[in-house]
Design a protein around this ligand. Structure first.
Ligand code: SF4
Ligand code: SF4
Length: 378
């Protein structure tokens, strides 16, 4: 087993089991051209990835997608991961979940379930997810998850079309007895980046939502309600970038449905050839591959990051965001007000103020749109 005292082990492995998903959220973080990669690792290949990651010191394993429930072998994968000693987490839309599957997952040893909702009411949820039945199914499954004794995270991706109902979203989470609530404003990758203008809330919307969350936190703590309310604001209204993934190749590894190993779920879009777990052992990928070493440490940084006294806090921000907004992943994340490209962020804020885009005008994440995007980009 390879090791390197200067590089820690990937503590967290995210297994994107599939890009298949019955929903079509316009903010999905999957790649725009997901339709062209239909290949998926087999059960045995995934289990081999888990074994190698665990041997390197990984402790937490998230099953995500697409919708991981579309994989029929999910109980087997959970059991294998649990048997290896991973803390296991299922990240799901709840579509395709049944009480019987919950029994199977519990038997397999699944530790934790996160269910995502699109909105606090059926109509808006249907408009965003592209399914009329999704809301009722999510409600039923959230109750079933609690009935099975799981600690439950409810996740709502917030944007300009649902952030104003944040009070009703929190009420729904309280009613469903969520243990943790993640109110995360869209991160602009994949389909969310494509739809950014129609999704980014205004600064006023964010400020109002912050007030509502603060007042609920106060009320809930006075009532002895221990639900943890996490509200993640978009970095588009910050002056400094986030320290993405705790640093490049620092603690996190993502494996795509077809076996590409990535330092973050969005890195596939970068002009870097990332290795496949089918061709190279995981430890060799983590410690020695060009892709994982490309942005480790600080030597790669150009100015203004190179001589900046904040670089150890944020590592120059997000490489994917730098690439998407400036065309060069080496640049400082344009969220930073010291970046020469910060005007891109200021323009996006202005566009959010002018935006008239309706939900129907957003580009939804489905096979046809993905194929069209792929065809027009070649
Ligand atoms: S964000 Fe929506 S479309 Fe994307 S994988 Fe999750 S549920 Fe499916
Ligand atoms: S210049 Fe670079 S390192 Fe300094 S705060 Fe901005 S992004 Fe971070």
């Amino acid at each position: 087993m390879l090791s390197n005292p200067e590089i820690k082990a990937p503590l967290w492995l995210l297994a994107e089991l599939t890009y298949r998903c019955p929903l079509q959220c316009p903010y999905c973080s999957n790649p725009l051209d997901f339709a062209r990669s239909q290949e998926e690792l087999t059960t045995a290949q995934w289990i081999e990835v888990f074994k190698q990651a665990r041997a390197m010191g990984s402790v937490q394993l998230g099953f995500s997608g697409g919708e991981p429930l579309t994989r029929k072998d999910l109980p087997e994968l959970i059991a294998a991961a649990r048997g290896l000693g991973f803390y296991t987490n299922l990240i799901t839309s709840g579509i395709g979940l049944t009480a019987k599957k919950l029994d199977l997952f519990a038997e397999a040893g699944l530790d934790h379930i996160q269910i995502s909702f699109q909105a606090s009411d059926e109509t808006l949820n249907a408009a965003l997810a592209g399914s009329k039945k999704a809301f009722a199914q999510k409600l039923e499954m959230a109750k079933a998850v609690k009935a099975h004794g799981y600690p439950m995270v409810l996740n709502f991706v917030l944007h300009r079309h649902n952030i104003d109902q944040i009070d009703r979203i929190i009420e729904l989470c309280i009613e469903l007895e969520a243990d943790d609530v993640e109110l995360a404003t869209c991160q602009f990758y994949g389909w969310a980046q494509l739809n950014r203008e129609g999704l980014l809330p205004t600064r006023e919307q964010i400020a109002e939502a912050e007030k509502v969350v603060a007042s609920y936190r106060e009320k809930m703590s006075a009532a002895g309600n221990l639900t943890n309310l996490i509200f993640v604001t978009p970095d588009y209204y910050e002056e400094r970038p986030k320290g993405c993934m705790g640093g490049w190749g620092a603690i996190f590894m993502n494996v795509t449905p077809d076996g590409k190993a990535l330092p973050c779920h969005s890195a596939r879009q970068l002009p870097i050839e990332f290795p496949s777990v089918l061709e190279q052992p995981l430890d060799d990928i983590w410690y020695n591959s060009f892709g994982f070493n490309r942005y480790r440490g600080y030597d790669w940084m150009p100015e203004p990051c190179r001589s900046c006294d904040e670089k150890e806090k944020d590592f120059g921000g997000c490489r994917c965001q730098a690439f998407m907004l400036t065309g060069n992943a080496d640049n400082a994340d344009p969220v930073c007000s010291k970046s020469a490209h910060h005007d891109k962020i200021l323009e996006a804020r202005e566009a959010a103020n002018r935006c008239q885009t309706t939900i129907e005008q957003l580009q939804f994440r489905h096979q046809r749109n993905s194929e069209l995007i792929f065809k027009t980009s070649v």
